[in-house]
Design a protein around this ligand. Structure first.
Ligand code: GTP
Ligand code: MG
Length: 269
């Protein structure tokens, strides 16, 4: 015999659910409100950004990060006698107005200081792989908790090139080649205030030629979205980026700016 589904008598329903909860709409509900809802959620969740800084000791990694985020992040200067390259990892909660950024900074320590540099790049590659592995492990759990999981996979690697004015060192090429399939690499010429403008142009060209010859893939800002294409094309033409970092504030005109003061003038970071 087939089961017969009969409508429930309203009186019985009321006795079963004596207090029916009703919700009042606080704001307009519809497709046109979706962007606002997405924005509200993004603001309440905050953003996560993980940066890896690779570069020789004292090339200006910490100073540049301080300048980029306009703050003073914890940094311990490395000495030149560290026997093996290792990575320093710190996580910060930064706020700009009400927007929260969970920033993780990973810096190399002792990079380029050893006589035998054979495995300097390996430590960095292994670190990036281990972040992928921990994310995969979390995803594969039966009871995964990705909402609360702190994703430490690296979004970008800032690769600091020493401002020699000539070309890349063998260690730079080997390291970038090892990392380019694992992470987005943005090559950066550190302490660019130490090179003159014509020298800088030649230096940039030499670096690009060497990267091309070695088949190293660097990050290119996307140009397929037409709203950003023009800006991103300009940014791509500036690669490798020439940067200046500073933790000093200098008075220029009637305002204080983050800059480096020299006898001949001020370089703004
Ligand atoms: P470690 O973490 O010890 O490897 O050093 P780092 O790469 O973080 O360098 P840090 O930012 O500590 O800077 C080292 C020195 O370089 C400091 O004396 C800075 O003032 C100086 N410095 C940093 N950025 C620049 C720059 O753009 N130009 C010049 N001329 N000096 C800089
Ligand atoms: Mg540092």
């Amino acid at each position: 015999m087939k089961d017969v589904i009969r409508p429930v008598d309203p009186a019985t329903l009321k006795s079963l659910t004596p207090s029916i909860r009703t919700f009042e709409l606080k704001e307009e509900c519809g497709i046109n409100n979706l962007p606002n809802q997405i924005m509200a959620k993004a603001i309440s969740d905050g953003f996560v950004f993980n940066i890896l800084c690779v570069g020789e000791t004292a090339c200006g990694k910490s100073s540049l990060l301080d300048s980029l985020f306009n703050t003073r992040l914890d940094s311990t200067p490395s000495t030149h006698d560290i026997p093996r390259v290792f990575l320093r990892k710190n996580t910060y909660d930064l706020f700009e107005r009400e927007i929260r950024l969970k920033l993780t900074v990973v810096e190399t320590a002792g990079f380029g200081d050893q006589i035998n540099k054979d495995d300097s790049f390996k430590v960095i590659g292994d670190f990036i792989d281990s972040q992928f592995q921990s994310h995969l492990d979390e995803e594969l759990k039966i009871k995964r908790n990705l909402a609360n999981y702190h994703d430490t996979r690296i979004h970008v690697c800032l690769y600091f090139i020493s401002p020699t004015g000539h070309s890349l060192k063998a260690l730079d090429l080997v390291t970038m080649k090892h990392l380019d399939s694992k992470v987005n690499i943005i090559p950066i010429i550190a302490k660019s205030d130490t090179i003159s403008k014509p020298e800088l142009q030649r230096f940039k060209q030499n670096i690009l030629n060497e990267l091309n010859t070695a088949g190293v893939k660097i990050y290119r800002f996307p140009t397929d979205d037409e709203t950003l294409a023009e800006e991103n094309l300009k940014a791509n033409n500036l690669l490798p980026l020439a940067v200046v970092g500073s933790n000093e504030t200098v008075k220029v005109g009637n305002q204080y700016v983050r800059a480096r003061q020299y006898p001949w003038g001020v370089v703004q970071g």
